[in-house]
Structures are given as structure tokens and as C-alpha cells.
Design a protein around this ligand. Structure first.
Ligand code: ADP
Ligand code: MG
Length: 238
């Protein structure tokens, strides 16, 4: 499904965190939002997921409001998957059980677990391992598989590669992009890493102090930053 945010604002007490953020992600597209630490990226994802409520503005899927305009659909009914920075796997459950965790209809479970493991390029032999027996990259792919197992229409990725060392990062990113493409799910990734955003997004958004200051195709954003501050922030890459 397509995802729309319209003028989403959020404060915590007197701290303004998001200021009238609007985004529109077409069905199946990948949006990468890049911004410095503390710029409001995680808060934005938490509002989309339904873990936080916006003070004003709306979040909608295919034009149907989830938050705002009188709507307040709870997180577990949104059909939105969330993958945290450290994967947040259940340490006491095997890979297969982690992935099966939220699947309600029993007859489907084993097949669905195999399917999403395949989509996430996870060797079936890993099914009986525990998270601590996996590499960081494998753990992140299990986290993605667990999210995909619930057949979400949108996946949110909060700095999913930051905890990985450089060697694993590109490989894990490629595997995850392939998995997302195969499942056709609409995706929003947030990161402080410009290179990561560039490699991941069909569209790039730049967030600074809670405002989406620029958005467009990767080449538009990186070749023509709207102001000197953004040029400096993006400068490492170009
Ligand atoms: P980012 O993910 O870009 O690093 P966050 O969205 O986590 O940024 O945080 C943006 C700002 O909002 C930070 O100053 C952070 O301390 C503050 N913040 C985030 N969540 C809360 C909260 N639940 N209560 C108070 N302040 C918060
Ligand atoms: Mg964050």
C-alpha cells in the first residue's frame, strides 16, 4: 500500500521534535530518510507504527487515516512491521520460533517460516539456532523475516545496519533490499548514514531538527542540496 504523512507534528513537553512533516511513499517503493542523531527519525517511525500519537497531522495507508482526522488505529492493527536497530529478537527462542511468533493460523506457520527465510536469504539450516549463535547480519535478516511473516503492507527500518561492522553491512543491505523487492512491501528506512540512504532509497528525504528539508530521487538530493547546511551534511558522499 502507499503511505501518506500530512503535516505531522510532535512535541515532548516543550521539546518540538517533528514539525509539519509530509511524505508520500508509493506502493512498493523504498524511502530512505537521512538525518543527524536527535533529528527526529525514530519518533517519525514510531508515529507511523502507532507507538506514539502525532499532536497534529495525519498518517494514512492508501488514503485511509490511521492517525489524525479522528482515527487512532492501534499499532497491532496497522499491518506495519518495525525492525529495530538491534533486531530485538527473543533470545530464548530459535530462529524459526522467533519468525513464527506472530503468525496466528497454525496450519500456515511452518510453510510461512520457510518462505520468509528463503526471501531473506537465510539458510534453512539456521532455523534451529538461537540468536546468539548468529552473526549480526543474520540476526537482522531474521528480524526482517519475522516482520515479513506477518505480511505487512509497510515495513519500517530504524538504522537496521548501524550495529553491523563494515564488512557485513553492504552484504546485509543487499540481501535485505532483495527481500523487500521480492515481497513488494512499501518501506521507510531511517539512518544517520548518507551512503546507506543513497544505496537503499528510491527516494531520499533529509530531516533536520524535525523538519523534512528536502526530498526527491537520490541524484536530485545529493547533486543539488537545497542549502549549504545540507550540502555540508551530505558532503562525505559526493
Ligand atoms: P533520532 O532517531 O533522529 O536520533 P529521536 O526521534 O530518537 O531522534 O529523538 C528526537 C528528539 O526527541 C531527541 O531530542 C530525543 O531526546 C527526544 N525524544 C524522543 N523520544 C522522547 C520521549 N519519549 N520523551 C521525551 N523526549 C523524547
Ligand atoms: Mg533513532
Amino acid at each position: 500500500m502507499s503511505l501518506q504523512l500530512t503535516d505531522v507534528s510532535k512535541s515532548f513537553g516543550r521539546l518540538g521534535v517533528l514539525d509539519a512533516v509530509s511524505i508520500d511513499v508509493p506502493r512498493g517503493a523504498r524511502l530512505a530518510i537521512v538525518g543527524a542523531s536527535g533529528s527526529g527519525k525514530s519518533t517519525l517511525l514510531r508515529i507511523i507504527a502507532g507507538f506514539e500519537r502525532p499532536d497534529s497531522g495525519t498518517v494514512a495507508l492508501d488514503g485511509r487515516a490511521l492517525a489524525g482526522r479522528g482515527a487512532d488505529v492501534p499499532a497491532h492493527r496497522r499491518g506495519i512491521g518495525y525492525v529495530a536497530q538491534d533486531g530485538a529478537l527473543f533470545p530464548h527462542l530459535t530462529v524459526a520460533r522467533n519468525i513464527a511468533f506472530g503468525i496466528r493460523r497454525r496450519p500456515d506457520r511452518a510453510r510461512r517460516v520457510r518462505d520468509v527465510m528463503d526471501i531473506a536469504s537465510l539458510d534453512p539450516a539456521l532455523a534451529d539456532r538461537y540468536p546468539h549463535q548468529l552473526s549480526g547480519g543474520q540476526q537482522q535478516r531474521v528480524a526482517l523475516a519475522r516482520a515479513l511473516a506477518l505480511e505487512p503492507s509497510v515495513i519500517l527500518l530504524d538504522e537496521p545496519f548501524s550495529a553491523l561492522d563494515t564488512g557485513l553491512r553492504a552484504h546485509t543491505r543487499t540481501a535485505m533490499v532483495e527481500a523487500l523487492d521480492r515481497s513488494g512491501v512499501t518501506t521507510v528506512l531511517v539512518t544517520h548514514d548518507q551512503e546507506e540512504a543513497l544505496a537503499f532509497g528510491h527516494q531520499i528525504g533529509v530531516i533536520a531538527d524535525g523538519r523534512l528539508v528536502q526530498s526527491g530521487r537520490p541524484s536530485e538530493v545529493f547533486d543539488a542540496p537545497v542549502d549549504a547546511e545540507i550540502a555540508e551534511f551530505l558532503g562525505d558522499v559526493v
